[in-house]
Design a protein around this ligand. Sequence first.
Ligand SMILES: Cc1cc2nc3c(=O)[nH]c(=O)nc-3n(C[C@H](O)[C@H](O)[C@H](O)COP(=O)(O)OP(=O)(O)OC[C@H]3O[C@@H](n4cnc5c(N)ncnc54)[C@H](O)[C@@H]3O)c2cc1C
Length: 393
Amino acid sequence: MSGNGVPKTADFVILGAGVMGASIAFHLARRKAGRILVLDKDHVGSGGSGRSSALIRMHYSFPAEVQLALISLKMFEHWREIVGEAGEFRKTGFVRIVHPNETERLKQNVAMQRSLGAKVELIDRKQLQELEPDWAVDEVELAAYEPDSGHGDGNVVANDFLSRARELGASYLSKTRATSMLASGGTVRGVQTDHGEIHAPVVIAATGPWTRPLLQQVGFDPPIETEYHQVAILKNAPDMKGGGCACIDSVTATYFRSDASDKFLVGDFYGKRPVDPDNFPQRASETELEEIIERASRRVSKLENAEVMRGVTGVYDMTPDARPLLGQIPGVEGLYLCAGFSGMGFKISPAIGLVMSELILDGAGTTVNISAFRPTRFTEGQPIKAEFEYKDD
Ligand SMILES: Cc1cc2nc3c(=O)[nH]c(=O)nc-3n(C[C@H](O)[C@H](O)[C@H](O)COP(=O)(O)OP(=O)(O)OC[C@H]3O[C@@H](n4cnc5c(N)ncnc54)[C@H](O)[C@@H]3O)c2cc1C
């Protein structure tokens, strides 16, 4: 042991105890892969995971993402059996509203999702109005409705995965920052931390918006840009009924959901780049929250009378195609990247840990083929483009 109880060696070092690092630790530990060590420069859930709006939906335009979301939904539904904790999954139902000129794409995507086993149906304006009588839906021709989707909680997921991994033998150190990678001869040798060196043949960077400088040191520049986002938490107006479907709405460029029985959450499609993930406003701007709520209230007019309780701020790790970077870093054997979730990672985190564990232990994601997400796809001129992608995907 060196300083801070840091061991000198491990078989797997996972950097970052967000939902991704914790999920990878859980899946590796479940397979009794060896000595697993998770490090976080702060503490579990302190990155984007603990600030997540945590919507859960199957509606993606790229099939592999639908597959990852479906596997994850099964895990959220059976959290106690799999992870051993109560979990925090709320099945509220989910609605996707797209721009009217993208209705054809919506149909195609719903057909693709259904073919992969997602429980999703197209509903027309009348059905949507029956489902959500308080929403203004005049311009909606068709929407996608997922009765089994809803939302979870990023802190709960990160903590539960990590606790279970530790019960299965993994170790965890908070307040331990990886300052550089140790690599030589085209192979990773471990990490240098602010409390000493750790030697390991496998290192996994699940470091969210902090990833880029860490990997630049080994000669790979992941195209991840940081983007600042703000979310409003409102107290329901007296005439608002609690609960209701979560929604992603391209027309108002907002997403929203109920939060417990008496609150409501509204988030924005738009963010500001770049932002320092170690130094960004912890308080949301009241004026900007009002603007986001004003847009959402075009859909849910009763929000006009709801009181803003607080704001949540956070940082997305955006990639050029808004999809994650999953895979081994070229030229550095044993160094894996799992970041760039572009504001959408929570809902797929249970499956991401599974496929990353397969990639590391078996050489490839076997449950879902994740090769399209390889970190080199941009330099190869192969960004992911779904067949029926939306303009704001
Ligand atoms: C405001 C907001 C709303 C969101 N809403 C949704 C949503 O509705 N649905 C959805 O699916 N997703 C949503 N997301 C996205 C989702 O939360 C993220 O994609 C997911 O949490 C990313 O998890 P992660 O583990 O990759 O990163 P993080 O949670 O950021 O974890 C990275 C961890 O790495 C640690 N770390 C960084 N550098 C080092 C280092 N050098 N050494 C050691 N540790 C280090 C950090 O301290 C941090 O704990 C939202 C995100 C935000 C910010």
